[in-house]
Write a protein that binds this ligand. Structure first.
Ligand code: ATP
Length: 217
């Protein structure tokens, strides 16, 4: 059977996670203490339940232990977010993913038992900042502390050249892992692949090297 997910907190983040999983045909339970939030999201989840997740009994009634992954997407109420993670951990939930408002909140979430902590606002800030450095940077995703993947529109001096001629690995120490060309998405492009106007290069590398590459024109 495919994985079953429970999403606690149907704010902007939680409802977006829930809806995406639901559209991918997973079973998703949405939980929020606010009835209105439940009503807003009812058509985007398999089940929706109004409950306060800082109440262990309520979680037990929902059968929260049976879910493969529980996402705690409570934001502003940091105390409720921490308490919910703590209770889920004590109840033996297999995998807990929690959203943090800031680094400190994140540290505490790990301490009380989150298996993974996400920082949507911080990460989106990083992505937007890279787009501000250069309009050519469409997206930027940090993979590890020092390594990222960037989507960069091919600059005019790349057009008509193939990857071998561009030699980005030697010049910038970045690797092209894919090229988006219109509707086509070429993963693992060959060195003979010629760059066309409007192509988007998906490159991977160390952040310092990526920055140098992003700034070139
Ligand atoms: P987002 O950025 O995702 O919109 P946010 O930072 O605004 O989130 P909140 O609105 O504080 O986050 O929390 C998201 C949802 O979590 C809200 O709909 C809120 O009702 C719900 N929530 C808060 N505390 C609890 C709780 N103890 N039990 C269940 N749901 C809760």
């Amino acid at each position: 059977m495919s994985k079953q997910f429970a999403i606690i907190g149907m704010g902007r983040f939680g409802s977006s996670v829930a809806r995406t999983l639901y559209e991918m045909d997973f079973e998703v339970m949405g939980i929020d203490e606010n009835e209105e939030r439940i009503n807003e999201n009812i058509q985007y989840v398999t089940h929706a339940v109004a409950a306060d997740t800082t109440d262990e009994r309520a979680l037990r009634e929902i059968g929260i232990r049976n879910f493969d992954v529980v996402v705690v997407a409570i934001g502003a109420d940091i105390q409720a977010s921490i308490l919910t993670v703590l209770i889920l951990k004590e109840m033996g939930v297999k995998k807990i993913v929690a959203k943090a408002q800031n680094e400190r909140h994140g540290q505490v979430l790990y301490k009380v038992g989150a298996d993974r902590v996400v920082f949507p606002e911080r990460d989106m800030g990083v992505r937007v900042a890279h787009n501000l450095i250069s309009a050519n940077v469409l997206d930027f995703i940090e993979l590890a502390e020092d390594y990222s993947v960037a989507e960069v529109v091919a600059s005019s001096n790349m057009i008509g050249k193939n990857l071998r001629q561009l030699d980005l690995r030697a010049r910038y120490e970045v690797n092209v892992i894919a090229i988006k060309s219109g509707d086509k998405f070429n993963i693992a492009p060959s060195p003979d692949e010629v760059i066309r106007e409007g192509d988007v290069l998906v490159v991977i590398g160390n952040n310092r090297h990526l920055k140098t590459f992003e700034e070139q024109d």
